[in-house]
Design a protein around this ligand. Structure first.
Ligand code: ATP
Ligand code: ATP
Ligand code: MG
Ligand code: MG
Ligand code: MG
Ligand code: MG
Length: 269
C-alpha cells in the first residue's frame, strides 16, 4: 500500500521550523481587521461607533472562545480582538502558528457566518480578512499591562473619534477642518470642545464605546430534572445540579485592580 512506507519526498517535513511558545507564559493572540477603514466606509458603519459592527466582533470572539480550548479572557475594541490562553495550555503543543491561525480563521468565518444577524439587509460586499500575531507574557503584571495598553488605546482613539465626528456631524465642519481643529489638542481640550460647544459630556458616552468589550467565563449552577429508570422500579424524576460556564461580556475598566479582584480565577497564581 502507499500509506505505510515513507516516501522519498517526506524529508521536506524537516524544513518546518519549531515555533513552540515558551512554557509558563500567557499566550496572547491579537487579531486586527484588514483595511477596516475602507471596509467600514463601504459597509456604511455609523461613525464613530457602529454598534452592529461591535456586536458582530463580540459575537465572533465568543465563537472563538467557545470553539477553541483554553482561552481565559479576551478583549476587543474597534476592529481588533485579543485572546489570552492560560499559561498552562498545551493546546496544539503550544505551536504559535497553529494557535494563531485557528483563532484567525474561526474568527473570520464567524464574522461572515453571523454577518446577517447584525447587519440585516446590508449586504456583505466582499470577504473580510484579519491579521494575527502572537505575543508571550511571562507575568501577571505583564499580561495586565498588555490589556491595559489596549484599553488605554481604546480610550484615546474613542475620545478623538467622538469629538472629531461631533465636529463633522453637529458642527458642520469638513473632515479636513475637524482634523485641523484637533491638531495639538490634549484630552482636556477635547472634553472642553464637546462640553462647551455641543453640551456633550464624554463620560456619558456608552461604556461599550469608552471601555471596549471584555469576554470572560462565568460559572453558573444549573439544575435540570432527569428521568431515571432503575430496574424493577418506577421511572422517576431527580434533580441534577451541575456547574456550567458561559461566556459573558462586560465593559468594565480593566486597568484598575477592581475587575481583577472581582474575577480572581482569570489569572493563575
Ligand atoms: P490595517 O489593515 O492596517 O489594520 P485599518 O484600516 O484596519 O488598517 P485600523 O488602525 O485597524 O486601520 O483601524 C480600523 C478602522 O476601522 C478605524 O479607524 C475605523 O475607521 C474603522 N472601524 C472599526 N470598527 C468600527 C466601528 N465599530 N464603527 C465605526 N468604525 C469602525
Ligand atoms: P485535523 O483537525 O487534525 O486536521 P481532520 O479531521 O481535518 O483533523 P485531516 O488529516 O486534515 O483530518 O483530514 C481531512 C479529512 O477530511 C479527510 O480524511 C477526509 O475524511 C475529509 N475530507 C476533506 N476533504 C474532503 C473531500 N473533498 N471529500 C471527502 N472528504 C474530504
Ligand atoms: Mg493597524
Ligand atoms: Mg485594522
Ligand atoms: Mg485596528
Ligand atoms: Mg484537517
Amino acid at each position: 500500500s502507499i500509506g505505510m512506507a515513507k516516501s522519498k519526498f517526506e524529508y521536506v517535513r524537516n524544513f518546518e521550523t519549531d515555533d513552540t511558545c515558551l512554557k509558563n507564559c500567557y499566550i496572547v493572540v491579537r487579531l486586527d481587521g484588514r483595511n477596516f477603514h475602507k471596509f467600514s466606509e463601504q459597509h456604511n458603519f455609523l461613525k464613530p461607533n457602529d454598534d452592529r459592527a461591535l456586536g458582530l466582533m463580540t459575537r465572533s470572539a465568543r465563537s472563538v472562545m467557545e470553539d477553541l480550548d483554553d482561552i481565559v479572557v479576551s478583549y476587543g475594541q474597534s476592529d481588533e480582538f485579543s485572546f489570552v490562553f492560560k499559561r498552562t495550555s498545551n493546546w496544539f503543543k503550544r505551536r504559535a502558528s497553529k494557535l494563531m491561525t485557528h483563532v484567525a480563521s474561526q474568527f473570520s468565518s464567524s464574522y461572515v457566518f453571523y454577518w446577517k444577524e447584525y447587519f440585516g439587509d446590508q449586504p456583505l460586499l466582499y470577504p473580510p480578512g484579519f491579521d494575527g500575531r502572537v505575543v508571550l507574557y511571562p507575568s501577571n503584571r505583564n499580561l495586565r499591562d498588555y490589556l491595559s495598553w489596549r484599553q488605554a488605546d481604546c480610550h484615546v482613539n474613542n475620545l478623538y473619534n467622538t469629538v472629531f465626528w461631533t465636529l463633522v456631524q453637529k458642527g458642520r465642519l469638513t473632515t479636513a477642518q475637524a482634523e485641523d481643529r484637533l491638531k495639538g489638542t490634549l484630552a482636556a481640550d477635547k472634553n472642553e470642545i464637546m462640553f462647551s460647544e455641543f453640551d456633550l459630556n464624554y463620560n456619558n458616552e456608552p461604556l461599550a464605546h469608552r471601555k471596549g468589550t471584555a469576554l470572560i467565563w462565568e460559572k453558573m449552577e444549573e439544575t435540570v430534572t432527569k428521568r431515571v429508570k432503575l430496574p424493577n422500579e418506577e421511572e422517576k424524576e431527580v434533580p441534577v445540579t451541575r456547574t456550567r460556564r458561559r461566556v459573558s461580556a462586560c465593559h468594565s475598566d480593566i486597568i484598575g485592580d477592581q475587575f481583577w479582584e472581582e474575577h480572581p480565577d482569570i489569572l493563575e497564581a
